[in-house]
Design a protein around this ligand. Structure first.
Ligand code: TYM
Length: 372
């Protein structure tokens, strides 16, 4: 029986079949021809492209057509500030920074403090607005160019965003919103309007600069439903359809499922001390057999192993090493404690460096914030 999974902007459950998702969502796989084109611009393919972590897109080829003809595009991505940032969130941001470097693109970064207030029962507006600033430190720590990066809070930048949002909203019926987002009679009316606000930055620079500018959105695939009505509405308002490039989910440290703040024990927050994060890694679910003896006899299952999966995200330029780890685990030569120890050290080093940059970001945060 095929395994069941759910992917929406608010819920990711089960073992995600990404090929099936491409079909269901109507996106396109990033194929070799597209990879070649990207490589030509980048010099070398980013780790996340090489390893299929960014795997799907809408109109990225069109973005490259435009770019190759001399038309610059901008990047748009965001965060729902409901708590501390975890390392899963960093995946699209690290890749966005790479795209900024390669294409010299501006980045508009939306903090949906309104979304988190409206969709989550247990969070007040003051808290989500507070996390806008705390999460912005993580964004800045990724190394974005301050001259080309504009971060904004929906609540604080409402004067500009609302004007675009209402124009979008007028073209989306309640029946479309129900079909795309699964809204029911129990939804508060703020949640029903909200997708128009997440659509607004797809057109924001075009409005600010008074000319049509192509938009590329890097994000995990859970955000894709937002872009469907945005793409339908775009030509009606005289704008280009926003393009997307989608990544897979970094898994939690437990068995199955994406990394999620709602399961703090299996989630590495950027604010965790390196020691705490290291301990979480040492307690992670692996593909190892029940006992070391059994593991040595029968071998492990790297295919389902969280630790092995993390190697794919963390081990830069070590494709050969990755293969060796896979086979050594299969043969039972590499035991889980060893593998976890190596990853724990990597994660600790990564966090120590990230936290230093995050601290420095406090001095420059105002240079990044867009106000109206
Ligand atoms: P949010 O805060 O849920 O997630 C922020 C970004 O992280 C991605 N993401 C992940 N990527 C890899 N592995 C994971 N485990 C993982 N969990 C989350 C999300 O896809 C997202 O890119 N509504 C949005 C905020 C937003 C936005 C945007 C996001 C507003 N405009 C434009 C992307 C693009 C939200 O709540 O994201």
């Amino acid at each position: 029986m095929p395994k069941k999974f759910v992917v929406t902007p608010w819920e990711v459950k089960g073992e995600v079949d990404y090929d099936k998702l491409i079909k269901e969502f109507g996106t396109k796989k990033i194929d070799d021809a597209l990879l070649e084109r990207i490589e030509k611009h980048a010099g070398e393919l980013h780790l996340y492209l090489k390893r299929g972590i960014f795997f799907s897109h809408r109109d990225f080829d069109w973005i490259l057509d435009k770019y190759e003809k001399g038309e610059k595009f901008y990047l748009y991505t965001g965060r729902g500030p409901s708590g501390n940032t975890h390392i899963g969130h960093l995946v699209p941001w690290i890749f966005t920074k790479h795209l900024q470097d390669v294409f010299g693109a501006e980045l508009y970064f939306q903090m949906t403090d309104d979304e988190k207030f409206l969709f989550k029962r247990d969070i007040d507006l003051k808290t989500s607005m507070g996390f806008t600033y705390k999460n912005a430190l993580d964004v800045i720590a990724c190394g974005f160019d301050p001259k080309k990066t504009f971060i904004f809070s929906d609540i604080e930048y409402a004067k500009t965003l609302y004007k675009i949002g209402v124009q979008v909203a007028k073209h989306i019926t309640f029946s479309t919103a129900k079909a795309v987002f699964g809204f029911t009679n129990e939804n508060n009316i703020g949640t029903i309007f909200f997708p128009a606000i997440q659509a607004a930055p797809c057109f924001l620079p075009s409005v600010l600069k008074g000319k049509n500018i192509p938009c590329l959105i890097p994000a995990a695939i859970d955000q894709d439903p937002y872009w469907r009505p945005s793409r339908d509405v775009a030509p009606k308002l005289g704008f280009y359809k926003p393009a997307q490039i989608h990544c897979k989910f970094i898994p939690g440290l437990g068995k199955g499922g994406k990394m999620s703040a709602s399961e703090p024990e299996t989630c590495i927050f950027t604010t965790d001390s390196p020691e705490v994060a290291g301990k979480k890694v040492m307690n992670a679910f692996t593909g190892g057999a029940g006992t070391v003896k059994e593991h040595k006899e029968k071998g492990g299952e790297p295919e389902i192993c969280t630790i092995y999966n993390y190697y794919r995200f963390f081990f830069e330029g070590a494709d050969k090493r990755l293969e060796e780890v896979f086979h050594a685990c299969k043969r039972g030569e590499l035991i889980c404690g060893e593998c976890k120890g190596v990853l724990a050290e990597r994660v600790k080093k990564f966090l120590t460096e990230h936290q230093k940059k995050r601290e420095k970001a406090k001095d420059v945060i105002q240079d990044f914030m867009l106000k109206d």
